[in-house]
Design a protein around this ligand. Structure first.
Ligand SMILES: Nc1ncnc2c1ncn2[C@@H]1O[C@H](COP(=O)(O)OP(=O)(O)OP(=O)(O)O)[C@@H](O)[C@H]1O
Ligand code: SF4
Ligand SMILES: [Mg+2]
Length: 389
């Protein structure tokens, strides 16, 4: 593997537990397992989308890989260098290379500072004097993100949400970073402006050779710009795949549920798969995540092995890694396990028959359950009167 083929960022077994302390002595009584052992890599020049429900650990992951947070375990390598526990001085060069864009364009810009001061802050902090001077460079950056250089002396409150996010992007790009981690960069913006900002980021990526990690709640935002997508659930990555594979044939039931909630613009696909999958109950607490597969309390395919044994994230198809005993669109990994958990039967009640039929093709337990119910129905006495429709 040449240096160019090596991933820009490589993460192994990454963990972040936030201790929960109680009482006068502040004794630790537990921990929020926000990120609980994840492995992935970010390739040079790609956009990796990271999606999952609220609280699944996306922001914590983003803050770990930009080293705004100290990991509790695991390893982070940036450009071949171990940065897991770098101190302030060791981090200095990395602070230039890796930048973060935050969700809230209102809160992340200091209202008392002018746009010029805000966008030039990275130069001051890093002691960098750009060619042609700071002011000229800041004005160039403002133009780059589609703002006017005249905005230099204005204040954040004079700008709309979309413009403020452009200011945040200009600030993030000031030091010519190599990787940008954007944490829900458009979710605070009007839907009509979201696409503009995402497209701006996309254009800048080509122009500046950037590598992106874009975090989003749902798949609709990252769909068009991501090369690969990682799906998180309760502190874990449950599926990581090329965008097209993920859309064409998701393998993790949770991915399938997330996808079913995304409006599908392609009418051919809409006709094929429009069944929305509703999930049973709320996301469990990351303080005490469920045993085995963390999704087993909500999954319509869950069997005993799902409750007892955590499925490892493995590459079942080239470019598609998934952590599931009974994946969709792929051979059952535990076909001997043929009895659904009772929670799974309840979950199945919320899932459309078409989806269950598809699941049955790859899960012996769902198939057995379906066979049983149709046998019961067949045994039921016919109560219809002749002539009834
Ligand atoms: N500093 C902290 N101290 C304690 N718990 C934290 C801290 N930061 C995050 N958490 C907890 O860690 C879990 C993961 O939070 P995180 O913000 O990473 O999720 P998220 O996927 O970004 O959610 P959202 O979509 O709402 O932004 C949550 O249960 C959260 O309450
Ligand atoms: S089938 Fe089992 S392993 Fe797969 S997602 Fe459902 S509960 Fe998890
Ligand atoms: Mg978040």
């Amino acid at each position: 593997m040449t240096d160019d083929e090596k991933p820009l960022l490589k993460v192994e077994g990454l963990v972040k537990h936030f201790p929960i302390k109680k009482g006068l002595l502040q004794r630790q009584v537990g921990a929020v397992k926000a990120v609980d052992g994840i492995d992935f890599e970010v390739r040079r020049g790609e956009t990796l989308g990271v999606v999952g429900e609220s609280g699944c650990g996306k922001s914590t992951m983003g803050r770990l890989i930009t080293r705004l947070l100290e990991p509790s375990g695991g390893k982070i390598e940036f450009d071949g260098k171990d940065i897991t526990h770098l101190g302030t001085s060791g981090m200095r060069p990395l602070r230039r290379d890796v930048q973060m864009i935050f969700q809230d364009p209102y809160g992340s810009l200091n209202p008392r500072h002018t746009i010029g001061t805000i966008v030039s802050a990275p130069f001051r902090l890093q002691g960098v004097e750009p060619e042609g001077g700071v002011k000229q460079e800041v004005q160039r950056l403002l133009e780059l993100v589609g703002l006017s250089p005249e905005h230099y002396n204005r204040y954040p409150h004079e700008f709309s949400g979309g413009q403020r996010q452009r200011i945040g992007i200009a600030r993030a790009l000031a030091l010519k970073p190599r990787m940008v981690v954007a944490d829900e960069p458009v979710s605070a913006l009007d839907v009509s402006i979201q696409a503009q900002v995402v497209n701006l980021m996309d254009d800048l990526q080509d122009e500046l050779g950037l590598t992106y990690v874009i975090i989003a709640h749902d798949l609709s935002v990252v769909r068009h710009v991501s090369d690969r997508i990682a799906v998180m659930y309760l502190g874990k990555i449950v599926e990581l795949a090329d965008r097209d594979s993920l859309y064409a044939s998701p393998m993790h039931p949770y991915t399938k549920a997330l996808l079913s909630a995304v409006p599908i613009p392609d009418p051919r696909r809409r006709a094929a798969k429009s069944e929305r999958i509703l999930l049973r109950g709320d996301v469990p607490s990351p303080i005490a995540p469920p045993s085995g597969c963390r999704f087993h309390t909500r999954c319509w395919k869950a069997t005993q092995i799902c409750k007892s044994t955590e499925p490892p994230l493995i590459e079942l198809r080239p470019g598609q890694r998934v952590a599931c005993h009974h994946p969709e669109n792929f051979e059952d990994q535990a076909p001997q396990d043929t009895v659904l958990l009772s929670a799974a039967k309840e979950a199945a009640a919320l899932v459309a028959d078409e989806v269950l039929a598809e699941s049955a093709q790859t899960s012996a337990a769902v198939a057995a359950e379906a066979a049983e119910t149709s046998a019961e129905e067949a045994e039921e006495p016919v109560s219809k009167e002749p002539g009834d429709k």
